[in-house]
Design a protein around this ligand. Structure first.
Ligand code: SF4
Length: 212
């Protein structure tokens, strides 16, 4: 796992800002509203299993929401990303839109995390890398019974063009951390986020990253 002390220190600074309100008396309000860190998530070429695992932190979601505010995410249905502290990326890159969204996340997030096997190495979708994408599309759309009307490969200009291969995200942008698993468990995601949000370099022990 990539470890970046400077990123961890950034969050330590934000945490101390958040707790530095000046007590002026029982009636007074803090001069500074504690700043919650902004967290964005997205699913590229993934199955949403990693997002399901994020929800698997269960009641700890409430503790997470004390520390962070969700920005763009399938959980909020916000479609565009603003300036964020942390971006969690599920899934690899299988089409042009995935690449565009990933670059947008990189440009807006201080820390970018590849969550799960698909983001880290392409995962299951990368099994199609053995095949010719054009031939595969013809096989799926033109040669199967019950195929699309007219048996044509969909060519609406709004559809993103598929890439010849499925790529892991680090081949296109810099990634700060890699959180392995398919999916990483809720406990692993929680341990990772609590370390990061507390300004510590995330460290997952063997118990959270063994899969047998
Ligand atoms: Fe789904 Fe596994 Fe890929 Fe996560 S890593 S998106 S759970 S296939």
């Amino acid at each position: 796992m990539n470890t970046s002390a400077s990123n961890a220190e950034n969050f330590a600074d934000a945490s101390s800002d958040a707790s530095s309100g000046t007590a002026l008396g029982a009636e007074a309000k803090p001069l500074h509203t504690p700043r919650k860190l902004k967290l964005a998530t997205v699913s590229l070429a993934g199955c949403f299993g990693c997002h399901m695992s994020l929800l698997d932190i269960d009641e700890r979601l409430l503790a997470l929401l004390e520390l962070v505010e969700f920005d763009r995410s399938p959980l909020t249905d916000i479609k565009t990303i603003g300036r964020c502290d942390i971006g969690l990326i599920e899934g690899g890159l299988c089409n042009a839109e995935n690449v565009e969204v990933l670059r947008d996340f990189r440009a807006h997030c201080k820390v970018l995390v590849a969550v799960g096997a698909c983001a880290i190495n392409g995962g299951l979708p990368a099994q199609r890398n053995q095949l010719d994408v054009g031939q595969m599309m013809r096989d799926v759309y033109c040669r199967q019974e019950g195929g699309s009307p007219g048996n044509q490969i969909p060519n609406d200009p709004e559809l993103p063009l598929p890439l010849n291969n499925v790529h892991p995200i680090h081949e296109v942008v810099h990634v700060d951390y890699f959180l392995p698993g398919c999916p990483p468990s809720g406990d692993a995601i929680w341990a990772f986020l609590t370390d990061l949000l507390a300004g510590r370099t995330p460290h997952l022990g063997h118990g959270l990253i063994h899969y047998d």
